[in-house]
Design a protein around this ligand. Structure first.
Ligand code: SAM
Length: 303
């Protein structure tokens, strides 16, 4: 991006120009970067420390990923026989995830505990129900002594094949981990229930089998950080956390080892960055709009 300061320096700035300048300054300041690497290699990238780490860790379910999901069968009906998802993993990195290495990363990359109250960093870890206990126990070894459990309520269940058990799961779990001081909490002094709605959004294309909804991520980012602060997702998948951070004017960094996810996520992230930049600058998303309504050059028409 050209240096706006040098373009505007010495000029008599009108109010409008000043507003554009302020917006551009903000866009330049914000960083959103996804790395195609293991988070364990974070030192190479020299990224800043985070006010919030959001991570949706692999559930380590291996080949049982679709075990209670109707997609195990063709058209969701067991009369039709098994589909190509039967006995498959969500992704081939959904096993052997090392929670201790993950917690080491988080305790290193979370900002230091501040002196003041109400400013402490936190992490939110989406996980499978039983992983919560392991996380809570192991986190203490890394100084993350405190937790709050979160439950997200879906209005659907992916486990309908468990219907013979009468109770099917419609929840997602996460835990908020923090050191000693309570995390920064932005909600105008109002409390928040630990059971929240799982707001699905159809706006984002599906890149990853366990993609988290942007709306849910935005809510968490707004609660635990201020504009301009840093959010890190060490297991980024579709890059949903980075996109949510972009929407909320926070900086974000992420890691994803699978090439395919990384490629799709990076492309989406770059297009959303451009879209936001254009909306802030011109009031509309020029590039995206020209893809929907291309301007054809028909040349000279001779009757
Ligand atoms: C549960 S998925 C995350 C999905 C993501 N929350 C989303 O909304 O799209 C976990 C991701 O972590 C990646 N992963 C596993 N181990 C990793 C590691 N050591 N470093 C970076 N990424 C890793 C996997 O390839 C997988 O895509």
């Amino acid at each position: 991006m050209p240096c706006i300061l040098s373009r505007l320096q010495g000029t008599n700035l009108t109010k409008d120009k000043m507003q554009i300048f302020e917006k551009e300054k903000r866009i330049i300041r914000l960083q959103h970067e996804l790395f195609n690497d293991h988070f364990q290699n974070y030192k190479v990238y020299n990224i800043p420390k985070a006010q919030l780490i959001i991570a949706d860790i692999p559930y380590n379910v291996g080949i049982n990923a679709y075990g209670s999901n109707p997609s195990w069968y063709i058209d969701g009906d067991n009369q039709n026989g098994e589909s190509k998802l039967a006995g498959k993993e969500f992704f081939d990195t959904d096993k052997d995830f090392r929670i201790s290495e993950f917690l080491h990363f988080c305790s290193t990359m979370l900002k230091k505990e501040p002196k003041e109250r109400g400013k402490a960093p936190a992490m939110v870890v989406f996980c499978e129900f039983e992983q919560q206990f392991e996380l809570i126990e192991k986190a203490k070894k890394y100084g993350l002594n405190n937790y709050i459990n979160l439950v997200f309520r879906k209005n659907f269940s992916a486990q309908v094949l468990k219907a013979n058990m009468r109770i099917v799961g419609n929840s997602e779990y996460a835990i908020v981990l923090f050191r000693d001081k309570l995390p920064k909490f932005n909600n105008n002094g109002k409390m928040v229930f630990n059971v929240m709605d799982w707001e699905r959004d159809s706006s984002m294309e599906k890149i990853h089998p366990t993609q988290k909804p942007i709306k849910v991520l935005e809510k968490l980012i707004k609660l635990f950080t201020d504009e301009g602060e840093v959010v890190i997702d060490p297991v980024a998948g579709s890059g949903s956390t980075l996109l949510a951070a972009l929407n909320c004017n926070r900086n974000a960094y992420g890691f994803e080892i699978k090439k395919d996810f990384f490629k799709a996520a990076s492309e989406l992230l770059e297009s959303k960055k451009l879209e936001k930049e254009e909306i802030e600058k011109y009031g509309w998303a020029k590039t995206a709009a020209s893809k929907i309504h291309p301007v054809f050059d028909f040349g000279v028409i001779n009757d």
